[in-house]
Design a protein around this ligand. Structure first.
Ligand code: G6P
Length: 485
């Protein structure tokens, strides 16, 4: 029987937390759904996780290795650092990854900066990842590459070791042909994506977009099979391709949401926030999340439905991200201005319509917020999946709550039956959805939430990892629903 081989995971960032205090580096394992789902597989099969530790050019490899040693021991598998120079971080991370691929794949081409030098940095840095992986990989191993920062890695690995089994998961959306064709180097990117043995997307829509683009350059490519995994033949090459929605550790969120301290804290939060009902927004600071659109929709709701004034509050948490990038700083200022305008226009002596917090919150506090909130409002302009909406449903338990979800989040395809779907660009629709959720009967809320929880519990992150590995190994998957909108 063929050996399963070790699992080698590669992502741009290593799942560790590192900080430098007074010149001394400290670190520990990161938490999160993906890490907790990968941990048992990595421990069981053996292997490693390679990635950039997130440090600038000031960090020395020996210091980082000293920290990662004990972290690896604690986790039961190795963490391998890929060191990047300041120039790499500029051209590869801020440049090609986050100024070309990120905005373009989120359909926001006006946010792109197509500087030609970024491409060289992208290739140079991917080659650094390849060197680290090749130093440790054998042809028995199974390699799982994650996300848009590392598209060329698979081809680079197989060039040196052609027998390697490589697979790729794209965590962000894949754009339609019209958008994709705008990108310089589109042909190279597409070609690199076909170098993996298995190529996987979040949704069937992303997979279809990819195939449409492939057909532009290879009209003779042949697709065989049906369902979530299909085979593609391209001249003398073939690879398989699938779609699997990533998820959360449902059980962990659900238990945390129902734990005694979280329930107690959620009751306090309900007392602390003024009004009958409150909407919760939780987003990383990113223009793809549609935070200004959410604020405009909420403002419109207060304008159109004055009966809701003093009865509803929006509590928005914005988690800092990519803080050194100018576009992100400008977005923060835009959000501040919009909030200030809404509060200036509608506040009364006892009520402020929008509360906001710029920073991270602890896992417990966040779970209590989710549990307390009457609605969660997700207005992404485009999102690979969006896990906040899944975390909300898991923490909410049997409490009645309404999920208002952007149609442009990958999760909308999976959760369309229980969520209230909205077009975030349509302020009247967002306003109407908030009003609808405010007056929705408890029976309907419970029914919708029951459906949402069931779906998230069944297709949780362990299901995702397991199915990804099964599909990559060429096994057949059980059918699962994905509703089209
Ligand atoms: C998204 C991407 C990830 C990325 C994360 C944080 O979720 O899909 O690949 O790691 O954002 O962004 P950052 O730039 O801080 O790594």
């Amino acid at each position: 029987m063929k050996r399963k081989g070790r699992l080698l995971v590669v992502s741009n960032r290593l799942p560790v937390t590192l900080s430098c205090e007074e010149g001394k580096w400290k670190g520990g394992p990161a938490s999160g759904g993906l890490v907790s789902a990968m941990n048992p597989v990595l421990k069981n099969r053996g292997g490693f996780w390679a990635g950039w530790p997130g440090t600038g050019s000031g960090a020395r490899l020996t210091d980082i290795r000293d920290i990662l040693g004990p972290v690896s021991e604690e986790s039961g598998y190795r963490f391998l650092p890929v060191m990047l120079t300041g120039e790499d971080v500029h051209d590869f991370y801020h440049g090609y990854s986050n100024s070309v691929l990120w905005p373009l794949f989120h359909d926001l081409q006006s946010r792109c900066d197509f500087s030609p030098r970024y491409w060289d940095g992208y290739i140079r840095s991917n080659a650094k990842f390849a060197r680290v992986v090749l130093r440790h990989a054998t042809e028995d191993d199974f390699i799982w590459v994650n996300d848009y920062q590392l598209i060329p890695l698979g081809g680079m690995l197989r060039e040196k070791k052609p027998g390697l089994r490589t697979s790729f998961f794209l965590h962000i959306p894949f754009p339609s042909v019209d958008v994709f064709m705008k990108m310089p180097r589109r042909r190279e990117i597409l070609d690199q994506m076909t170098r993996y043995s298995f190529m996987c997307f979040q949704t069937g829509r992303d997979r279809k977009n990819f195939l449409d683009c492939l057909r532009v350059f290879h009209p003779d490519c042949q697709v065989s099979g049906r369902g979530h995994i299909v085979k593609v033949r391209l001249g003398d090459r073939s690879f398989s391709m699938g779609s699997l929605p990533i998820s959360i550790d449902y059980q962990a969120y659900s238990s945390l949401g129902g734990s005694r301290p979280v329930v107690a804290r959620s009751k306090e939060i309900r007392q602390e926030i003024f009004g009958e009902k409150f909407i919760l927004g939780v987003d990383r600071l990113d223009y793809s999340k549609g935070i200004p659109e959410k604020l405009r929709g909420f403002r419109r709701c207060l304008e159109l439905y004055p009966e809701l004034r003093e009865r509803i509050t929006l509590h928005q948490i914005v988690v800092p991200s990519r803080e050194t990038v100018e576009q992100y700083q400008a977005l923060k200022e835009e959000i501040e201005l919009l909030i200030s305008r809404i509060n200036g226009e509608f506040s009364t002596t006892r009520w402020v319509p929008v509360n906001w917090h710029y920073g991270s919150v602890s896992g417990e506090e966040l779970a209590a917020m989710y549990r307390a909130a009457d609605m969660a409002l997700v207005t992404s302009l485009k999102d690979g999946m969006n896990l906040v909406c899944k975390e909300y449903c898991a923490c909410k338990g049997r409490e009645p709550g309404v999920l208002i979800l952007s149609e442009f989040a990958g999760a909308a395809l999976q959760l369309s039956r229980g969520a209230v779907l909205v077009n975030p660009y349509d302020v009247d629709a967002v306003a109407g959805a908030i009003r609808g959720a405010f007056f929705m009967e408890d029976r309907e809320k419970k029914e919708r939430m029951r459906y949402l929880r069931k779906s998230i519990a069944r297709q949780n992150v362990f299901w995702w990892v397991d199915n990804f590995l099964r599909a990559a190994a060429g096994k057949k998957l059980e059918d699962f629903p994905e509703q089209a909108i």
